[in-house]
Design a protein around this ligand. Structure first.
Ligand code: ATP
Ligand code: MG
Length: 498
């Protein structure tokens, strides 16, 4: 597929003039680009048609065209037009205008949203920059060629007209796709200064597509990495989520580390990378994340952040238990709340993810216990799948024995009678090894096996005990609140796996 694309590009270029003025796009016919119209979402086509019927220009643009040229089904579609946001809104059945820094229109078709933006001007009275040269607001509309010049990389500045099936190329993006090369439009340094997030985008897009970064585009990154400190945290967190869930997280994180971008992106990432155990755990987790995405499974942000912060939770959990003498469940609960309080403040993780992260971590202590009613409750818990996946990761990291996730896998899929038998055996084993352990606390692995967490402790840490009871039962005076839970969401949002 890609080879035939390359040969079409070569024969096309040999018949065209190389040096096309930037204001005049190279128009690439269907016979040359070979985009399969079946890969184009009908919603994007309909959005363009509605605008074109009213006499406006409208094109699919950005990453979607890049992916279409690579023969990949795009994950989302953006449309660029010469209609103003108000005109776009009027031309569509359901649309809302959003954003302040850049006003855009979300055109809504059920679950699918097409992001529709008006061509932006290159420079103008409406562009406001901060002291470091970063663009902080701009809503001045311009020509199509200006809009192309404002985009980050040449391969992201291609426009596809679904009606004529032609591709408009201003900056040799078509050629760069064939050469598997990521090249910044304009002067890379100036473009990074305008928006430092472009450095992260260079890393993510090149890793995802397996493209090389053009030397002139790559060279300034290591030197300019510090500029990311001027970027609002919420935007960095969004970019971090995109980066870690692009399916090539291992490669991205290696490149971030090499270019010194990890420290500015997320301090927690850098903390992990600064110790060999932290880095091993992170890379193992990211490898699994990439593998899941490769087979079409989803990754939730709470799971990603739950993984990034787990080494800290684990350290505090052990400290609370071993040094402060707290019972196991209360020790984990306290560690979880502490980490969420400190880290969520610095990396501004949305509140709705915090309750899920807390559940994911608390699930670990439930899964280490295989006895009594709690085993049945665990598999019915809405976070069971996520908790199980996390347990699997911990077993690969050598934190819990390998047989533990295997036991849960068998238990979850067993009939009632077999489950009862498994519980009886686990209880028996716990009694046997428990008496040995009481005679001398064993290794961490042995403790996991024998751990028998009293039901009231689990209930207290879950927050469903009577209000006044003390979760730890150790005379801990300070009562810690668990993160506030939002209302229950539909089943498909639950869990990590499906
Ligand atoms: P993805 O596959 O992750 O969606 P994408 O290139 O489509 O990659 P989006 O964030 O969806 O990324 O952006 C859509 C388009 O908007 C880009 O292709 C690019 O043309 C433009 N764009 C996005 N971010 C920037 C930026 N920081 N600077 C300049 N142009 C940008
Ligand atoms: Mg996109």
């Amino acid at each position: 597929m890609f080879d035939s694309f390359v040969s079409r590009v070569k024969s096309f270029l040999s018949t065209q003039e190389e040096d096309v003025a930037v204001r005049e796009p190279r128009i690439i016919p269907k016979s040359v680009h070979g985009i399969d119209p079946e890969l184009v979402a009908w919603q994007a086509k309909r959005c363009c048609e509605a605008l074109q019927r009213r006499g406006y220009r409208a094109y699919i643009v950005g990453g979607a065209v890049r992916d279409l040229l690579l023969g990949v089904k795009p994950k989302d579609f953006d449309v660029a037009t010469d209609a103003t946001p108000e005109e776009v809104k009027r031309s569509q059945r359901r649309a809302i205008i959003i954003g302040r820094r850049f006003r855009l229109v979300h055109v809504i078709f059920g679950d699918e949203v097409i992001e529709c933006s008006t061509f932006r001007a290159l420079e103008g009275a409406g562009v406001r920059k901060d002291g470091a040269g970063r663009v902080i607001s701009d809503n001045v509309f311009g020509e199509m060629w200006e809009d192309a010049a404002r985009r980050d990389f040449t391969i992201n500045a291609l426009y596809y007209d679904p009606a004529t099936e032609e591709v408009y190329d201003y900056h040799h993006g078509f050629e760069d796709i064939a050469k598997k090369r990521l090249r910044m439009i304009g002067d890379p340094e100036a473009r990074y200064r305008e928006d430092p997030v472009r450095m992260l985008r260079a890393v993510r897009i090149s890793a995802k597509l397996d493209f090389t970064i053009d030397p002139k585009t790559e060279k300034p990154i290591a030197r300019m990495a510090g500029l990311l400190r001027n970027v609002p945290t919420a935007r960095l967190v969004d970019e971090a989520i995109k980066l870690l869930s692009c399916g090539h997280a291992v490669e991205c994180v290696k490149r971030l580390k090499r270019d010194g971008l990890s420290a500015a992106l997320l301090p927690v990432l850098n903390n992990l990378l600064s110790s060999p155990e932290g880095e091993d755990f992170l890379m193992l987790a990211l490898k699994r994340t990439d593998e899941r995405l490769a087979i079409g499974k989803k990754i939730s942000p709470f799971f990603l952040f739950g993984t990034l912060l787990w080494p800290q939770v684990l350290r505090r959990w052990r400290y609370n238990e071993e040094t402060k003498g707290m019972p196991r469940v209360a020790a984990l609960h306290e560690a979880s709340v502490d980490v969420l309080e400190t880290e969520c403040h610095t990396i501004s993780i949305q509140r709705r993810f915090q309750a899920d992260m807390h559940d994911l971590w608390m699930m670990q202590v439930k899964l280490e216990r295989r006895t009594g009613k709690s085993a049945y409750a665990a598999v019915r818990h809405p976070r069971y799948r996520a908790g199980y996946d996390f347990l699997l990761l911990r077993s690969q990291a050598g934190e819990v024995p390998e047989w533990l996730p295997e036991w849960w896998d068998e238990f979850a899929n067993a009939e009632d009678a077999a489950r009862e038998q498994m519980i009886r055996e686990a209880q028996e084993e716990a009694r046997r090894t428990g008496s040995q352990a009481r005679r001398g606390r064993g290794s961490r692995e042995e403790r996991t096996e024998v751990e028998c967490v009293p039901q009231h402790e689990l209930a207290a840490a879950e927050g469903n005990d009577s209000e006044g009871s003390n979760a730890s039962g150790t005379g801990e005076r300070r009562r810690r609140r668990r993160p506030r839970r939002r209302s229950r969401r539909p089943a498909q949002r639950e869990g990590q796996s499906e």
